[in-house]
Design a binder for this molecule. Structure first.
Ligand code: BGC
Length: 450
């Protein structure tokens, strides 16, 4: 090897090591998160909003048909879901739509109209005359009732003009009326983390009425967030993507990304910007571009397809991690498709960096889970269930094992073994139906719980 290659190797290794997140740092992060949960809950300054959800664990016997809307990213879905009353749930029909970048920056009404039209297609195709609708709005929103949610600043690259401060349930209701769907009545609005948590509880209790409901709902996809059942304080949406106690494991790439994006604004969604699928590929792209300037490798990172922010996404990261061939043939194909012919050494470099970035994300997730669970049970004496959904958890090879490994480092094997993670794939629409059915039961009891 030449002297130059050695120093390039060293630089690459040093860059990958920037993404280390040692157990001591994770422990401090977990403790900070527990403290910020307590503060958020009593309205003291905190990066965790601890938003109310106005729902409660299902019995597992909920039944009926519910129209659902799932809006949380570039895609939205309308659907019809049937709850069987024994923990069983069936997606009867579904209609998906994709938003353009222009949609994300316009006024809210056209977006709600697109969603309402998708609802119209589903209910007409299925011959649904009258039905309750559950709306999963997977952005920060302050619920004031189960069917009233005031939008807070958006995440995941959305910036609708004038949305903040408006009731998103009322906006959808108005769009449904404009679409001639007066008889579809908005019954509940909720976050996707809550849908995951509720679906897991519904399934478990439907099978076994004595089963404990899930404790935590985690989404790890384009965005990330946690919901937790805090007992007397009810199920809360933490909006943990906004958790700001991450400075100890921040790299210059994270700092620059935070500074340079205007949506979410600098300082907001710090945890999400280091953990979720929307950002991991962008962190890799920035690290490669930097190394392309400082070493003899990765010069192609200046190629137009790679010079564009967000050109690398987390699906690419998953694909890179999945390539087990000696010469990384699929990484080669992927880079070529981005206009970057690479050497084998460069491909191994890309893979090592991607792995370091994903590993740090998994370890941060573990710290957040431990911090949340300790809030519920400081000693972690009881068994706990975390319902998880999202493309990063489901799609990145070995992500769950990385999270587990860090949990064991933080808690020891025995305590960690009491924490179950249940992967509830495609939970949003099904969980929405459960939330609507619980809301109907709450209404007929004439009570509302926190
Ligand atoms: C949103 C959360 C959502 C999460 C996962 C975040 O960007 O703020 O409300 O639960 O993404 O979809």
């Amino acid at each position: 090897m030449t002297a130059m290659a050695v120093s390039d190797d060293a630089l690459l290794a040093r860059t990958a090591a920037l993404f280390d997140a040692p157990a001591s740092a994770l422990e401090a992060i977990a403790r900070d998160l527990t403290r910020q949960m307590a503060r958020g809950l009593v309205g003291e300054p905190s990066s965790l909003k601890m938003l109310r959800t106005f729902t409660r664990p299902p019995s597992g016997r909920e039944r009926g048909r519910v129209v659902v809307v799932d809006w949380g990213g570039t895609k939205a879905r309308a659907g019809l879901v049937e709850l069987a009353g024994d923990g069983g749930v069936r997606m009867v029909a579904e209609d998906a739509l994709t938003f353009s970048e222009a949609d994300k920056r316009g006024t809210p009404e056209p977006v709600f109209d697109l969603i309402a039209r998708a609802v119209g297609r589903v209910v007409r195709a299925q011959g649904v005359a009258v039905a309750p609708l559950a709306f999963i709005y997977s952005y920060p929103a302050r619920l004031e009732r189960i069917d009233r949610a005031v939008a807070l600043a958006s995440t995941k690259g959305w910036r609708l003009k004038g949305l903040e401060g408006q009731d998103v349930a009322a906006l959808l209701g108005a769009a449904l009326r404009r679409a001639g769907l007066e008889r579809v009545a908005l019954a509940a609005v909720a976050n996707d983390t809550v849908a995951a948590l509720m679906l897991q509880s519904y399934r478990a209790r439907g099978r076994d009425a004595s089963a404990r409901p899930a404790d935590v709902g985690l989404i790890l996809g384009t965005g990330t967030n946690l919901a937790a059942d805090l007992g007397p304080a009810g199920i809360r949406n933490l909006e943990s993507g906004n958790f700001d106690g991450v400075a100890a494991v921040e790299t210059p790439y994270d700092a620059a990304l935070d500074r340079e994006l205007d949506e979410p604004r600098p300082g907001a969604q710090r945890f999400e910007k280091m953990v979720s699928g929307h950002y991991l590929g962008e962190i890799l792209r920035r690290a490669l571009r930097d190394l392309g300037q400082r070493t003899a490798r990765f010069r192609w990172s200046a190629a137009p397809a790679l010079a564009t922010p967000f050109a690398v996404d987390s699906a690419h990261l998953s694909r890179i991690a999945a390539d087990r061939t000696a010469a990384l043939d699929d990484v080669d194909a992927l880079l070529r498709s981005l206009g970057a012919p690479s050497t084998v050494a460069e491909r191994h470099g890309v893979r090592a960096l991607g792995a370091a970035i994903a590993r740090r994300a998994a370890r941060l997730v573990a710290a957040a889970l431990v911090g949340t669970l300790r809030f519920l049970d400081a000693e972690l004496a009881d068994r706990r269930t975390i319902a998880v959904d999202g493309s990063l958890w489901g799609g990145y090879p070995g992500f769950e094992a990385l999270v587990r490994e860090a949990m064991v480092e933080l808690l020891g094997g025995e305590r960690a073994s009491r924490i179950e993670t249940a992967y509830v794939k495609d939970s949003t629409s099904a969980g929405a139906a459960v939330i609507a059915a619980v809301a109907a039961a709450q209404r007929s009891e004439g009570c509302s719980s926190a």
